[in-house]
Ligand binder design. Structure first.
Ligand code: SF4
Ligand code: F3S
Ligand code: FES
Length: 242
C-alpha cells in the first residue's frame, strides 16, 4: 500500500508562512498508525519534521493533531480508515500558536487548566482508623461514579482546540479545563467547589460555551464533554439560587 502524507510545515526561523509538504511512503500496511507514518517521514525523508509524541498508546495525550480535518491522536488512527493508497492530511491543532510544524505552544492551554484548581482541596483533618492513625477519606460507589467520566481526561487538548468559541477567543477557559474542574466539583470529598465555580463564572469561563458540540466527538477518551460542561453550568446556576 502506498500512502501520501500532506503535512503542514512551518519553521519560523526560515519560513515566512506555513506550506504543505508532500511525502510518499511505499510498502505501508493498513494497520500502520498515522504516528508511525510520521516517524517514517522523519526518519527516512526529512529529519527536520517536528512533532510531539511519547507513549504511542493513546495514554499520554501529547500527539493530538488535525488528521483529515478532525482532531485525533496520531497514535490511535490506523491508515486503513482512509481506504486504498490514500492521501492523509496532517496539520497542527488550531487555536494555539505553532512553534514548529506539528508542535503548538501548549502554555495557554495549561494556564487555563491551572486556573480551575485541578487538584483535591480539603483542609479538614482526615479521618482516623481504630489505632488513631490517619486513613483515607471514604466515599460511596455512587459518589465515585458521579465524576468517573471526567477522570479519564489525558489533557490532549483535542476538545479545546476543536471549539469555535476557543478559536474566536483564546481567553475562553475551554472544555478541557471545565472537564478537569468537573472531576473535582462533583467529588464528594472535595471542598474547593465555590472557588472553582467563581473562576468558571467569569466572562471567559464556562458561559463562553455555546453548546457547539465539536468537543465531544473530538475526545479520544470518549468523555461526554458537553454533558460535563452542562452540569457545571447547572451547578453555577444552582449555587446562585442557594
Ligand atoms: Fe483530551 Fe478529552 Fe481531556 Fe479534552 S476531555 S483534553 S479531548 S482527553
Ligand atoms: Fe465549544 Fe464544546 Fe461548548 S465545542 S462551544 S466547548 S459544547
Ligand atoms: Fe501518547 Fe499518542 S503518543 S497519546
Amino acid at each position: 500500500m502506498e500512502i501520501t502524507l500532506r503535512i503542514r510545515r512551518f519553521n519560523p526561523d526560515k519560513d515566512k508562512k506555513p506550506y504543505w509538504g508532500t511525502y510518499v511512503l511505499k510498502g505501508c500496511e493498513g494497520t500502520n498508525r498515522v504516528l508511525e507514518l510520521l516517524h517514517r517521514v522523519k526518519w527516512e525523508q526529512d529529519g527536520t519534521l517536528s512533532l510531539r509524541r511519547s507513549c504511542a498508546q493513546g495514554i499520554c495525550g501529547s500527539d493530538a493533531m488535525r488528521i483529515n480535518g478532525r482532531n485525533r491522536l496520531a497514535c490511535k488512527v490506523l491508515a486503513q480508515e482512509f481506504g486504498e493508497n490514500p492521501t492523509i492530511q496532517v496539520e497542527p491543532i488550531l487555536g494555539l500558536k505553532v512553534i514548529k510544524d506539528l508542535i503548538v505552544d501548549m502554555e495557554p492551554f495549561f494556564d487555563h487548566y491551572k486556573a480551575v484548581m485541578p487538584y483535591f482541596v480539603n483542609d479538614s483533618q482526615p479521618p482516623v482508623n481504630a489505632e488513631g492513625e490517619p486513613r483515607e477519606r471514604l466515599q460511596t460507589i455512587e459518589d465515585r461514579e458521579r465524576f468517573d467520566d471526567t477522570t479519564k481526561c489525558i489533557l490532549c487538548a483535542a476538545c479545546t482546540t476543536s471549539c469555535p468559541s476557543f478559536w474566536a477567543n483564546g481567553d475562553y477557559v475551554g472544555p478541557a479545563a471545565v472537564v478537569q474542574a468537573h472531576r473535582f466539583i462533583f467529588d464528594s470529598r472535595d471542598q474547593g467547589t465555590k472557588q472553582r465555580l467563581d473562576v468558571l463564572s467569569d466572562p471567559d469561563g464556562v458561559w463562553r460555551c455555546r453548546t457547539i458540540y465539536n468537543c465531544t466527538p473530538a475526545c479520544p477518551r470518549g468523555i461526554e464533554v458537553t454533558r460535563a460542561i452542562g452540569e457545571v453550568k447547572q451547578a453555577i446556576v444552582k449555587g446562585k439560587r442557594d
